[in-house]
Write a protein that binds this ligand. Structure first.
Ligand SMILES: CC(C)[C@@H]1NC[C@@H](O)[C@H](O)[C@@H]1O
Length: 442
């Protein structure tokens, strides 16, 4: 019998992170919207690498912030817009250009499955206020305008038919249909970007209709929750958990509540004692940015490192894709998803359904890095930085014998007083990070 929650903090605080979310480890974020048509942002910084001040907002690397990037009236995106479209061309004028004419949700879902992802999170309403589902509360949605399809509904069905969980993103505190002064500093964001009871009611009703229509396994709220309806938060959470028993939410609820905490690029702190999630685009943007070609995206080795380092630290990786307005996924992004999936086919046993090991990451000399995960008593050792075909690596403090998850490798183990010495033959750099399984090694 599933627990019934009531609209009190005491009740919803009893909620625990569902096992499926912890075990999934890898998901796909999707930022698709009107901003995918101009698909423009300067390549400047990773979030968290610099202060989010006026310089950030006037040189914003996030292509999904195009509305604000032209609204500030200066900087590369503004100049690009004036030059390419002219000053009388509004953001909403891009809508008829977003046709999704080549969009095949089933193809997306198949690609996500092949990538080894176990859940998906789609933007249902980003900061521009345009809804990627037929909301009862606004006609500014994708069934009435632009693609003229229920993007959320079609993708949810396709994702679930491939055996993946479906999550929904909602921009809880910023909606440029309600408050569209240009944003030059963080306080303009988080202060309370939409400070009216009208918006508080609107956003509450939309969040509830998303839960009731799609039963999302993840509710990914962004930026914050309207101050005017903060007292309603426990009611929303109780309703969500009562409707979606396996439901899980992130930490962007004004710091009042979370199932898991979030990092965004370099912004945010990870604490391995609690569940957290790392999210980023493959370049510096979440929305598709035509300025980010193959050589400006994260490399496959760095992507595999990010996944291993995140999972070994008790995190999930939510990797974003930014589709084109016609509904295709840029080839350079698809290539990386398939490479990750190929690596996970061989090494996924050491990733999925694992927990944090008592062993902390460490260096093993000659630039070799070790990462660890555990599955009950079994220990998984990830070895990064091998360069030769034949390698000898000391794994300090680990006893027993190891087998490799990659059957094309040959591994011999020797127990020494410092730990397990492993000889690995048959390595080549296309294997990236390799994984050893030490039975009863945790
Ligand atoms: C992590 C991701 C959901 C980002 N959150 C902050 C937003 O401003 C940004 O565009 C993007 O959606």
């Amino acid at each position: 019998m599933s627990k019934k929650y009531t609209g009190t903090w005491n009740s919803v605080n009893e909620h625990e992170v569902p096992k499926w979310y912890d075990g999934c480890k890898f998901g796909i974020f999707i930022h698709w919207g009107i901003y995918s048509v101009p698909a423009f942002a300067p390549r400047t910084w990773e979030l968290g690498a610099v202060e989010t001040n006026e310089e950030w907002f006037c040189n914003n690397p996030y292509a999904e912030w195009y509305y604000n990037s032209i609204n500030v009236g200066k900087g590369p995106s503004y100049e690009h817009h004036i030059e390419k479209y002219g000053k009388d061309f509004s953001y909403e004028d891009f809508l008829p250009m977003w046709k999704a004419e080549n969009w095949q949700p089933q193809k997306w879902a198949e690609l996500f499955r092949k990538a080894g992802a176990k859940y998906v999170v789609l933007t249902t309403k980003h900061h521009d206020g345009f809804c990627l589902y037929p909301s009862e509360y606004t006609d500014f949605n994708c069934e009435e305008l632009g693609p003229k399809r229920d993007i959320t509904g079609e993708l949810t069905d396709a994702v679930r038919s491939e055996g993946l969980k479906m999550g929904l993103y909602y921009s809880g505190l910023i909606d440029w249909q309600f408050a569209n002064d240009p944003i030059f500093k963080e306080e303009d964001n988080f202060g309370n970007a939409c400070p009216t009871f009208e918006y508080a009611d609107y956003s509450y009703n939309q969040m509830k209709e998303l839960v009731d229509k799609y039963h999302p396994s993840v509710f990914w709220n962004d930026i914050g929750w309207p101050k005017q309806s903060e007292h309603m938060m426990p009611y929303f959470l109780a309703h969500y958990y009562n409707v979606v028993e396996e439901g899980v939410v992130n930490d962007r609820f004004n710091g009042l509540y979370h199932d898991f905490s979030t990092k965004e690029y370099k912004q945010g702190e990870a604490n391995r004692k609690e569940k957290w999630e790392m999210c980023r685009g493959m370049g510096l943007s979440f929305g598709y940015n035509e300025n980010e070609g193959d050589d400006q995206l994260i490399s496959v080795p760095d992507l595999i490192h990010l996944l291993v380092a995140t999972v070994s630290d008790n995190g999930n990786l939510l990797l974003n894709i930014g589709p084109k307005p016609d509904g295709t996924i840029p080839a350079e992004q698809e290539k990386r998803l398939l490479a990750l999936g190929k690596w996970l086919e061989i090494n996924g046993e050491g990733i999925y359904d694992t927990s944090c090991s008592a062993h902390l990451p460490e260096t093993a000399g000659d630039g070799v890095q070790l990462f660890f995960t555990a599955k009950e008593k079994d220990l998984y050792v990830f070895i990064e930085g091998l360069s030769k075909e034949e390698n000898t690596v000391l794994i300090p403090g680990v006893k027993g014998s190891a087998e490799t998850l990659d059957s094309t490798l040959n591994v011999q183990c020797e127990e020494t007083k410092e730990g397990m010495k492993v000889r690995i033959n048959g390595y080549d750099k296309e294997k990236h990070i390799i994984c050893l399984k030490v039975k009863d090694g945790e």
